[in-house]
Write a protein that binds this ligand. Sequence first.
Ligand code: SF4
Length: 381
Amino acid sequence: MTANLLDFDLEGLAAFCASLGEKRFRATQLFRWIHQKGARDFGQMTDLARSLRDKLEGSARIEGLPVISQHESADGTIKWLFDVGDGNAVEAVFIPEDDRGTLCVSSQAGCAVGCRFCSTGHQGFSRNMSAGEIIAQLWFAEHFLRAHLRTGGERVISNVVMMGMGEPLQNYAALVPALRIMLDDHGYGLSRRRVTVSTSGVVPMIDRLREDCPVALAVSLHAPNDELRDKLVPLNRKYPIAELLDACNRYLERAPRDFITFEYCMLDGVNDSPQHARELARLVQSHGGRGVSCKLNLIPFNPFPASGLVRSPQQRVQAFAKILSDAGIVTTVRKTRGDDIDAACGQLAGDVKDRTRVDQRIAQQRTVMLKPVPADTTKEA
Ligand code: SF4
Protein backbone atom coordinates (compact mmCIF):
# COMPACT_ATOMS: atom_id res chain seq x y z
CA MET A 1 0.00 0.00 0.00
CA THR A 2 1.42 3.38 -0.97
CA ALA A 3 1.19 6.43 1.30
CA ASN A 4 -1.32 9.13 0.38
CA LEU A 5 0.73 12.34 0.59
CA LEU A 6 -2.40 14.41 1.30
CA ASP A 7 -2.32 12.85 4.78
CA PHE A 8 0.95 14.56 5.73
CA ASP A 9 1.60 17.98 7.17
CA LEU A 10 5.08 19.30 6.33
CA GLU A 11 6.69 17.57 9.31
CA GLY A 12 5.04 14.28 8.34
CA LEU A 13 6.15 14.69 4.75
CA ALA A 14 9.72 15.44 5.88
CA ALA A 15 9.70 12.20 7.89
CA PHE A 16 8.35 10.32 4.89
CA CYS A 17 11.05 11.79 2.64
CA ALA A 18 13.69 10.90 5.25
CA SER A 19 12.45 7.30 5.09
CA LEU A 20 13.26 7.42 1.35
CA GLY A 21 16.71 8.84 2.09
CA GLU A 22 15.72 12.32 0.90
CA LYS A 23 16.54 15.67 2.49
CA ARG A 24 14.00 17.96 4.11
CA PHE A 25 14.03 20.56 1.34
CA ARG A 26 12.69 17.86 -0.99
CA ALA A 27 9.64 17.57 1.30
CA THR A 28 9.09 21.32 1.04
CA GLN A 29 9.26 21.16 -2.76
CA LEU A 30 6.85 18.25 -2.84
CA PHE A 31 4.47 19.95 -0.40
CA ARG A 32 4.39 23.10 -2.55
CA TRP A 33 3.73 21.09 -5.69
CA ILE A 34 0.80 19.33 -4.08
CA HIS A 35 -0.89 22.13 -2.19
CA GLN A 36 0.15 25.33 -3.94
CA LYS A 37 0.13 24.04 -7.50
CA GLY A 38 -2.44 21.28 -7.16
CA ALA A 39 -0.20 18.64 -8.75
CA ARG A 40 -1.82 15.24 -9.02
CA ASP A 41 1.08 13.17 -10.28
CA PHE A 42 4.80 13.11 -9.78
CA GLY A 43 5.53 13.49 -13.50
CA GLN A 44 4.44 17.16 -13.25
CA MET A 45 7.09 17.90 -10.63
CA THR A 46 9.78 18.84 -13.07
CA ASP A 47 12.22 20.30 -10.53
CA LEU A 48 12.44 17.02 -8.62
CA ALA A 49 15.24 14.67 -9.59
CA ARG A 50 14.13 11.83 -11.82
CA SER A 51 15.40 9.33 -9.26
CA LEU A 52 13.15 10.85 -6.56
CA ARG A 53 10.12 10.86 -8.84
CA ASP A 54 10.74 7.18 -9.53
CA LYS A 55 10.97 6.45 -5.81
CA LEU A 56 7.74 8.32 -5.21
CA GLU A 57 5.94 6.44 -7.98
CA GLY A 58 6.64 3.22 -6.14
CA SER A 59 5.84 4.34 -2.62
CA ALA A 60 3.37 7.21 -2.64
CA ARG A 61 0.27 8.63 -4.26
CA ILE A 62 -1.70 11.87 -4.27
CA GLU A 63 -5.27 10.75 -3.96
CA GLY A 64 -8.18 13.15 -3.59
CA LEU A 65 -11.82 12.27 -3.05
CA PRO A 66 -14.04 11.32 -5.98
CA VAL A 67 -16.66 14.00 -6.61
CA ILE A 68 -20.15 12.52 -6.77
CA SER A 69 -21.95 15.75 -7.56
CA GLN A 70 -21.58 19.50 -7.75
CA HIS A 71 -24.39 22.02 -7.36
CA GLU A 72 -24.11 25.75 -7.87
CA SER A 73 -26.59 28.09 -6.23
CA ALA A 74 -28.00 31.23 -7.82
CA ASP A 75 -25.96 33.21 -5.26
CA GLY A 76 -22.67 31.60 -6.36
CA THR A 77 -22.44 29.11 -3.50
CA ILE A 78 -21.10 25.75 -4.68
CA LYS A 79 -21.69 22.45 -2.89
CA TRP A 80 -19.75 19.27 -3.58
CA LEU A 81 -20.60 15.78 -2.51
CA PHE A 82 -17.48 13.63 -2.08
CA ASP A 83 -17.34 9.85 -1.97
CA VAL A 84 -15.46 8.61 1.11
CA GLY A 85 -16.13 4.93 0.47
CA ASP A 86 -18.31 2.19 1.94
CA GLY A 87 -21.47 4.03 0.93
CA ASN A 88 -20.54 7.22 2.81
CA ALA A 89 -20.41 10.67 1.28
CA VAL A 90 -19.58 14.06 2.78
CA GLU A 91 -20.20 17.61 1.68
CA ALA A 92 -18.13 20.77 1.37
CA VAL A 93 -19.47 24.20 0.47
CA PHE A 94 -17.80 27.23 -1.08
CA ILE A 95 -19.35 30.57 -0.15
CA PRO A 96 -18.10 33.54 -2.20
CA GLU A 97 -18.38 37.04 -0.74
CA ASP A 98 -17.03 40.39 -1.91
CA ASP A 99 -14.03 40.36 0.40
CA ARG A 100 -13.42 36.66 0.97
CA GLY A 101 -13.98 33.13 -0.24
CA THR A 102 -14.95 30.69 2.49
CA LEU A 103 -14.87 26.92 2.31
CA CYS A 104 -16.96 24.96 4.80
CA VAL A 105 -15.27 21.60 5.36
CA SER A 106 -16.46 18.27 6.82
CA SER A 107 -14.46 16.31 9.39
CA GLN A 108 -16.50 13.13 9.89
CA ALA A 109 -18.85 10.94 7.88
CA GLY A 110 -21.88 11.78 9.99
CA CYS A 111 -21.69 12.93 13.57
CA ALA A 112 -22.19 11.20 16.88
CA VAL A 113 -23.24 14.29 18.84
CA GLY A 114 -26.80 14.27 17.55
CA CYS A 115 -27.81 17.92 17.92
CA ARG A 116 -31.52 18.19 17.69
CA PHE A 117 -31.66 20.82 14.93
CA CYS A 118 -28.87 19.45 12.73
CA SER A 119 -29.43 17.47 9.59
CA THR A 120 -26.04 15.71 9.89
CA GLY A 121 -26.80 14.78 13.50
CA HIS A 122 -30.00 13.08 12.39
CA GLN A 123 -28.05 10.81 10.06
CA GLY A 124 -25.90 9.25 12.76
CA PHE A 125 -22.22 8.48 12.59
CA SER A 126 -20.15 6.23 10.39
CA ARG A 127 -16.48 7.11 10.85
CA ASN A 128 -13.81 9.73 11.32
CA MET A 129 -12.21 11.14 8.21
CA SER A 130 -8.44 11.03 7.76
CA ALA A 131 -6.34 14.21 7.61
CA GLY A 132 -5.96 13.54 3.88
CA GLU A 133 -9.73 13.32 3.40
CA ILE A 134 -10.24 16.57 5.29
CA ILE A 135 -7.56 18.41 3.32
CA ALA A 136 -8.69 16.83 0.04
CA GLN A 137 -11.81 19.01 0.20
CA LEU A 138 -9.70 22.18 0.30
CA TRP A 139 -7.16 20.84 -2.22
CA PHE A 140 -9.89 20.01 -4.72
CA ALA A 141 -11.99 23.15 -4.17
CA GLU A 142 -9.06 25.59 -4.32
CA HIS A 143 -7.63 24.22 -7.55
CA PHE A 144 -11.02 23.64 -9.14
CA LEU A 145 -12.04 27.23 -8.38
CA ARG A 146 -8.78 28.72 -9.69
CA ALA A 147 -9.44 27.02 -13.01
CA HIS A 148 -13.21 27.61 -12.98
CA LEU A 149 -12.88 31.31 -12.16
CA ARG A 150 -9.75 31.72 -14.31
CA THR A 151 -7.83 33.49 -11.57
CA GLY A 152 -4.46 32.93 -13.26
CA GLY A 153 -3.20 31.00 -10.26
CA GLU A 154 -4.44 33.54 -7.69
CA ARG A 155 -5.75 32.04 -4.47
CA VAL A 156 -9.56 31.84 -4.20
CA ILE A 157 -10.20 30.42 -0.73
CA SER A 158 -9.19 32.84 2.01
CA ASN A 159 -11.14 31.33 4.91
CA VAL A 160 -11.88 27.80 6.06
CA VAL A 161 -14.57 26.95 8.57
CA MET A 162 -14.67 23.47 10.07
CA MET A 163 -18.47 23.63 10.17
CA GLY A 164 -19.44 20.94 7.68
CA MET A 165 -20.43 17.44 8.69
CA GLY A 166 -19.02 16.18 11.97
CA GLU A 167 -17.68 17.42 15.29
CA PRO A 168 -14.05 18.27 14.47
CA LEU A 169 -12.86 17.99 18.06
CA GLN A 170 -14.04 14.37 18.14
CA ASN A 171 -11.61 13.69 15.29
CA TYR A 172 -8.68 15.51 16.82
CA ALA A 173 -5.85 13.31 15.54
CA ALA A 174 -6.78 14.08 11.93
CA LEU A 175 -7.92 17.64 12.53
CA VAL A 176 -4.60 19.01 13.76
CA PRO A 177 -2.43 17.94 10.79
CA ALA A 178 -5.15 19.16 8.44
CA LEU A 179 -5.13 22.56 10.18
CA ARG A 180 -1.34 22.69 9.96
CA ILE A 181 -1.47 22.12 6.21
CA MET A 182 -4.01 24.96 5.87
CA LEU A 183 -1.81 27.32 7.89
CA ASP A 184 1.58 26.36 6.45
CA ASP A 185 3.13 29.01 4.23
CA HIS A 186 4.27 26.24 1.90
CA GLY A 187 0.70 24.90 1.87
CA TYR A 188 -2.33 27.19 1.75
CA GLY A 189 -0.83 29.94 3.91
CA LEU A 190 -4.10 30.80 5.60
CA SER A 191 -4.06 33.09 8.60
CA ARG A 192 -4.95 31.53 11.98
CA ARG A 193 -7.63 34.18 12.24
CA ARG A 194 -9.22 32.92 9.04
CA VAL A 195 -9.38 29.25 9.96
CA THR A 196 -12.22 28.49 12.33
CA VAL A 197 -12.92 25.31 14.26
CA SER A 198 -16.54 25.05 15.26
CA THR A 199 -17.37 22.79 18.19
CA SER A 200 -20.43 21.74 20.11
CA GLY A 201 -18.27 21.95 23.24
CA VAL A 202 -15.77 19.11 23.68
CA VAL A 203 -14.11 20.81 26.65
CA PRO A 204 -10.88 18.77 27.02
CA MET A 205 -10.17 19.09 23.31
CA ILE A 206 -10.69 22.85 23.38
CA ASP A 207 -7.84 22.90 25.89
CA ARG A 208 -5.68 20.70 23.69
CA LEU A 209 -6.34 22.80 20.60
CA ARG A 210 -5.25 25.87 22.55
CA GLU A 211 -1.87 24.19 23.10
CA ASP A 212 -1.41 22.45 19.77
CA CYS A 213 -2.83 24.71 17.08
CA PRO A 214 -4.87 27.71 18.21
CA VAL A 215 -7.10 29.01 15.44
CA ALA A 216 -10.36 30.97 15.61
CA LEU A 217 -12.98 29.18 17.68
CA ALA A 218 -16.75 29.05 17.23
CA VAL A 219 -18.92 27.34 19.82
CA SER A 220 -22.41 26.04 19.13
CA LEU A 221 -24.25 27.40 22.14
CA HIS A 222 -27.91 27.47 21.07
CA ALA A 223 -29.33 27.86 24.59
CA PRO A 224 -28.73 30.13 27.58
CA ASN A 225 -29.15 27.45 30.27
CA ASP A 226 -28.27 23.80 30.84
CA GLU A 227 -31.85 22.60 30.99
CA LEU A 228 -32.55 23.69 27.43
CA ARG A 229 -29.06 23.01 26.07
CA ASP A 230 -29.19 19.44 27.39
CA LYS A 231 -32.09 18.91 25.01
CA LEU A 232 -30.64 20.66 21.98
CA VAL A 233 -26.96 19.64 22.23
CA PRO A 234 -26.72 16.27 24.01
CA LEU A 235 -23.00 16.78 24.70
CA ASN A 236 -24.03 19.42 27.23
CA ARG A 237 -24.89 16.68 29.71
CA LYS A 238 -21.21 15.78 29.75
CA TYR A 239 -19.76 19.29 29.51
CA PRO A 240 -22.29 21.77 30.89
CA ILE A 241 -22.31 25.45 30.01
CA ALA A 242 -20.22 26.66 32.97
CA GLU A 243 -17.39 24.24 32.10
CA LEU A 244 -17.64 25.16 28.45
CA LEU A 245 -17.40 28.89 29.12
CA ASP A 246 -14.43 28.34 31.44
CA ALA A 247 -12.72 26.48 28.58
CA CYS A 248 -13.55 29.39 26.25
CA ASN A 249 -11.83 31.83 28.59
CA ARG A 250 -8.77 29.58 28.80
CA TYR A 251 -8.75 29.33 25.00
CA LEU A 252 -8.82 33.10 24.63
CA GLU A 253 -5.42 33.30 26.35
CA ARG A 254 -3.85 31.77 23.20
CA ALA A 255 -6.45 32.46 20.51
CA PRO A 256 -5.59 34.47 17.39
CA ARG A 257 -8.77 36.51 17.86
CA ASP A 258 -9.78 38.18 21.09
CA PHE A 259 -13.30 36.78 21.03
CA ILE A 260 -15.13 33.49 20.72
CA THR A 261 -17.99 33.27 18.25
CA PHE A 262 -21.09 31.77 19.81
CA GLU A 263 -23.46 30.23 17.30
CA TYR A 264 -27.12 30.31 18.21
CA CYS A 265 -29.64 28.57 15.96
CA MET A 266 -33.01 30.33 16.20
CA LEU A 267 -35.81 27.81 16.75
CA ASP A 268 -39.38 28.99 16.79
CA GLY A 269 -40.88 28.80 20.28
CA VAL A 270 -37.90 26.86 21.64
CA ASN A 271 -34.98 29.21 22.38
CA ASP A 272 -35.95 32.51 20.81
CA SER A 273 -37.95 34.46 23.42
CA PRO A 274 -36.92 37.84 24.85
CA GLN A 275 -36.28 36.06 28.18
CA HIS A 276 -33.87 33.71 26.45
CA ALA A 277 -32.07 36.70 24.92
CA ARG A 278 -31.75 38.46 28.28
CA GLU A 279 -30.60 35.25 29.97
CA LEU A 280 -28.04 34.74 27.21
CA ALA A 281 -26.69 38.29 27.59
CA ARG A 282 -26.38 37.81 31.36
CA LEU A 283 -24.65 34.48 30.88
CA VAL A 284 -21.93 35.62 28.51
CA GLN A 285 -21.38 38.93 30.28
CA SER A 286 -21.22 37.68 33.84
CA HIS A 287 -19.90 34.12 33.68
CA GLY A 288 -17.18 33.66 36.29
CA GLY A 289 -17.46 37.31 37.24
CA ARG A 290 -15.84 38.68 34.08
CA GLY A 291 -17.91 37.10 31.32
CA VAL A 292 -16.53 35.77 28.02
CA SER A 293 -15.29 38.07 25.26
CA CYS A 294 -17.54 37.02 22.40
CA LYS A 295 -19.62 37.73 19.36
CA LEU A 296 -23.04 36.22 18.90
CA ASN A 297 -23.99 34.78 15.53
CA LEU A 298 -27.70 34.11 15.23
CA ILE A 299 -28.49 31.47 12.63
CA PRO A 300 -31.98 31.24 11.18
CA PHE A 301 -32.81 27.52 11.41
CA ASN A 302 -32.87 25.70 8.09
CA PRO A 303 -35.75 23.29 8.42
CA PHE A 304 -35.49 19.69 7.25
CA PRO A 305 -38.40 17.28 7.41
CA ALA A 306 -37.25 14.97 10.21
CA SER A 307 -36.51 17.78 12.66
CA GLY A 308 -40.04 18.70 13.64
CA LEU A 309 -38.71 22.22 14.26
CA VAL A 310 -39.53 25.54 12.67
CA ARG A 311 -37.44 28.62 11.84
CA SER A 312 -38.06 31.61 14.11
CA PRO A 313 -39.91 34.42 12.36
CA GLN A 314 -37.58 37.13 11.11
CA GLN A 315 -39.13 39.72 13.42
CA ARG A 316 -38.36 37.59 16.45
CA VAL A 317 -34.77 37.05 15.31
CA GLN A 318 -34.38 40.83 14.94
CA ALA A 319 -35.90 41.43 18.39
CA PHE A 320 -33.55 38.83 19.89
CA ALA A 321 -30.57 40.45 18.17
CA LYS A 322 -31.61 43.89 19.44
CA ILE A 323 -31.70 42.75 23.06
CA LEU A 324 -28.17 41.37 22.71
CA SER A 325 -26.88 44.44 20.87
CA ASP A 326 -28.47 46.77 23.41
CA ALA A 327 -26.64 44.84 26.09
CA GLY A 328 -23.39 45.69 24.30
CA ILE A 329 -22.76 42.32 22.62
CA VAL A 330 -21.67 42.35 18.98
CA THR A 331 -24.42 40.36 17.29
CA THR A 332 -24.88 39.32 13.69
CA VAL A 333 -27.64 37.43 11.95
CA ARG A 334 -26.19 34.96 9.51
CA LYS A 335 -27.25 35.47 5.93
CA THR A 336 -28.71 32.31 4.52
CA ARG A 337 -26.59 31.21 1.57
CA GLY A 338 -27.13 28.36 -0.83
CA ASP A 339 -30.44 27.22 0.60
CA ASP A 340 -31.72 26.49 -2.92
CA ILE A 341 -29.14 23.67 -3.09
CA ASP A 342 -29.46 22.53 0.56
CA ALA A 343 -26.05 23.98 1.33
CA ALA A 344 -27.14 26.30 4.09
CA CYS A 345 -25.97 25.90 7.64
CA GLY A 346 -27.25 22.71 9.28
CA GLN A 347 -28.50 21.32 5.97
CA LEU A 348 -25.42 19.33 5.03
CA ALA A 349 -26.44 15.73 4.97
CA GLY A 350 -24.20 13.79 2.61
CA ASP A 351 -24.82 10.12 2.82
CA VAL A 352 -23.99 8.23 5.98
CA LYS A 353 -24.14 4.57 6.80
CA ASP A 354 -25.12 5.08 10.40
CA ARG A 355 -23.56 2.80 13.00
CA THR A 356 -25.06 4.49 16.04
CA ARG A 357 -28.81 3.85 15.86
CA VAL A 358 -29.35 7.57 15.91
CA ASP A 359 -32.90 7.22 14.62
CA GLN A 360 -34.02 5.54 17.82
CA ARG A 361 -32.16 8.04 20.00
CA ILE A 362 -33.64 11.05 18.27
CA ALA A 363 -37.14 9.58 18.19
CA GLN A 364 -36.83 9.05 21.93
CA GLN A 365 -35.65 12.63 22.47
CA ARG A 366 -38.48 13.98 20.39
CA THR A 367 -41.05 12.39 22.70
CA VAL A 368 -39.58 13.90 25.87
CA MET A 369 -38.50 17.34 24.76
CA LEU A 370 -39.00 20.61 23.11
CA LYS A 371 -42.41 21.66 24.10
CA PRO A 372 -42.72 25.23 22.78
CA VAL A 373 -42.46 27.80 25.56
CA PRO A 374 -45.77 29.39 26.61
CA ALA A 375 -47.13 32.00 24.21
CA ASP A 376 -46.60 34.98 26.51
CA THR A 377 -42.83 34.38 26.58
CA THR A 378 -42.53 34.39 22.80
CA LYS A 379 -44.03 37.80 22.14
CA GLU A 380 -41.78 40.11 20.24
CA ALA A 381 -39.86 42.53 22.45
S1 SF4 B 1 -24.35 20.62 14.89
FE1 SF4 B 1 -22.26 19.85 14.62
S2 SF4 B 1 -21.89 18.64 16.50
FE2 SF4 B 1 -24.12 18.92 16.37
S3 SF4 B 1 -24.85 17.09 15.28
FE3 SF4 B 1 -24.50 18.70 13.73
S4 SF4 B 1 -22.43 18.30 12.97
FE4 SF4 B 1 -22.64 17.22 14.94
